[in-house]
Design a protein around this ligand. Structure first.
Ligand code: NCD
Ligand code: ZN
Length: 368
C-alpha cells in the first residue's frame, strides 16, 4: 500500500531568518537577552525606545557599538538601527543617518501609546516635513499602529489608528514606504493585504499563539500583556492565515520586549512579552499546525529583505523535531525575565550546530 499520509518532516532547513522588530534594551538587559536573538537571526531591526530614546546618528552609532560589544564570542549578527521620531526630529539629520547606512528606518510611536513612547509624536502635522523627506529618499517608516487616546477602547486602538491616522497619511504621501508593526486584527490584515507594494506588516509569534482570553485564564497573566494587546480569536486566525499565506506583505517581527520580573508582576505591569528564547520555534509550530511549513522561509527569511531592499541571507539554519523546553526564567534576581511559554515544551528545537554562536552548545539555553 502506498503511504498516502502527507510526510511530516523531522527537520526544517531554511535560509537564516531575520527579526524585523525586536527590543534588545541596553546594559545588563542587553547582555542577557541578545544571545537568544543573535543565535537564530542574522539581522534584526532594533527598536530605538531606550531611555533616553535613540534620536540622533551619534546615539545610534554608540548603541550599535554597545550591541556588538555584548555579542557572544564568535556570533555573527548584524543589528539594524532605527531612529525614534519626535515632534522635533530634524529631517536633514534623519536623511543623513539613512544615507550613511546608520538608520535603516524610522520608528513612529504615537506619544503615550506604549512602553517608553512619552517622547513620541503627539502632533503629526509637525513631522510632515520629515515624512515627506523619508518618502522622497525611500526610507521606510515603521509604525506603532495604535491611537494613544484613552477614550478609545483599548481593543479598538489599532483599527481606529488605521482609519484616522494611517489611511489619511498614505493618501497624502503615497510614495512613503510603511511597515505597520505587530498587527493584531483581521482589519489590519485586510488593510495591508490590499494596500499595494508600499505597505507591509510584521506579525509576532505571540499574536499567532494567543487571543485575549489568555490574558485572564485562571487569573491575570502579566507576562501575556503587551501592546497592541491580543485581540479576539477571529483576529488570531486571520493573522495565522496571513503569516502562512506566502503573501510577501507579511513577515517575521517578534516584538520580543523584555522587562524585569518586578516590572511585569506589579500593580502597573509593563507592556511587553519576552519571546526571544522561543519565538522562532513557536512560528515553526504555527506553520506546522497550518500545514504551511513550506512557506515558513518566505515569512521568516525572504519577504522582509524584499521589502527592505536588502539581500537575503546566504547561511542556513536548521530546526529539528525534538522537544524543546523553554527556560523558566532568564537571568537571576532583580534582572530575571520570564519568557513567553516559560517551562513549556515546544515541538521544534534549534539545531545548535547551525546557531551563529559556536559556543552555544554550553549556553544556558541547552543546559535546561
Ligand atoms: C514594547 C516595549 O516594551 O518596549 N512593548 C510592547 O508591549 N510591545 C513597546 C512596543 O513595541 O509597543
Ligand atoms: Zn515593539
Amino acid at each position: 500500500m502506498p503511504n498516502v499520509q502527507p510526510k511530516v518532516p523531522n527537520v526544517i532547513s531554511l535560509r537564516r531568518p531575520d527579526d524585523w522588530h525586536v527590543h534588545l534594551r541596553d546594559r545588563t538587559m542587553l547582555a542577557l537577552v541578545l544571545p537568544f536573538t543573535a543565535r537564530r537571526f542574522a539581522r534584526a531591526i532594533v527598536m530605538p525606545n531606550l531611555v533616553p530614546p535613540v534620536t540622533t546618528v551619534d546615539a545610534a552609532l554608540a548603541y550599535r557599538r554597545r550591541i556588538l560589544a555584548a555579542l557572544p564570542e564568535g556570533a555573527r549578527f548584524t543589528p539594524l538601527l532605527t531612529c525614534y521620531l519626535t515632534n522635533t526630529t530634524d529631517a536633514a539629520e534623519l536623511a543623513r543617518g539613512h544615507t550613511e547606512g546608520v538608520f535603516v528606518a524610522a520608528k513612529l510611536y504615537p506619544a503615550g501609546a506604549t512602553t517608553h513612547s512619552d517622547l513620541g509624536v503627539s502632533d503629526f502635522e509637525r513631522i510632515m516635513p520629515v515624512l515627506e523627506r523619508m518618502a522622497a529618499i525611500g526610507m521606510p517608516l515603521l509604525v506603532h499602529g495604535e491611537v494613544a487616546d484613552p477614550e478609545i477602547d483599548i481593543f479598538d486602538r489599532e483599527a481606529v489608528f488605521i482609519d484616522r491616522v494611517l489611511d489619511p497619511l498614505r493618501r497624502r504621501l503615497p510614495q512613503l514606504r510603511i511597515v505597520l508593526e505587530h498587527i493584531t486584527t483581521e482589519m489590519a490584515v485586510r488593510y495591508v493585504a490590499e494596500g499595494g507594494e508600499r505597505i507591509a506588516a510584521t506579525i509576532t509569534a505571540h499574536h499567532l499563539a494567543i487571543n485575549r482570553n489568555a490574558l485572564f485564564a485562571g487569573g491575570m497573566r502579566p507576562h501575556l500583556y503587551c501592546l497592541p494587546i491580543a485581540k479576539r480569536e477571529k483576529d488570531r486566525l486571520a493573522l495565522r492565515r496571513a503569516a502562512t499565506s506566502g503573501d510577501p506583505h507579511f513577515f517575521l517581527g517578534t516584538d520580543s520586549a523584555p522587562h524585569p520580573l518586578a516590572q511585569k508582576e506589579a500593580a502597573r505591569g509593563a507592556a511587553g512579552i519576552f519571546t526571544a528564547p522561543a519565538a522562532l520555534e513557536i512560528y515553526a509550530e504555527v506553520f506546522e499546525e497550518e500545514g504551511a511549513l513550506d512557506r515558513l522561509e518566505a515569512f521568516a527569511s525572504l519577504s522582509g529583505p524584499r521589502f527592505y531592499g536588502l539581500p537575503v541571507n546566504e547561511t542556513r539554519l536548521t530546526l529539528v523535531r525534538e522537544p524543546f523546553l523553554v527556560p523558566q526564567r532568564v537571568g537571576e534576581g532583580e534582572n530575571a525575565v520570564i519568557p513567553f511559554r516559560a517551562g513549556e515544551s515546544l515541538r521544534w528545537r534549534l539545531d545548535f550546530r547551525t546557531a551563529q554562536d559556536p559556543a552555544s552548545p554550553s549556553s544556558p539555553e541547552t543546559a535546561s
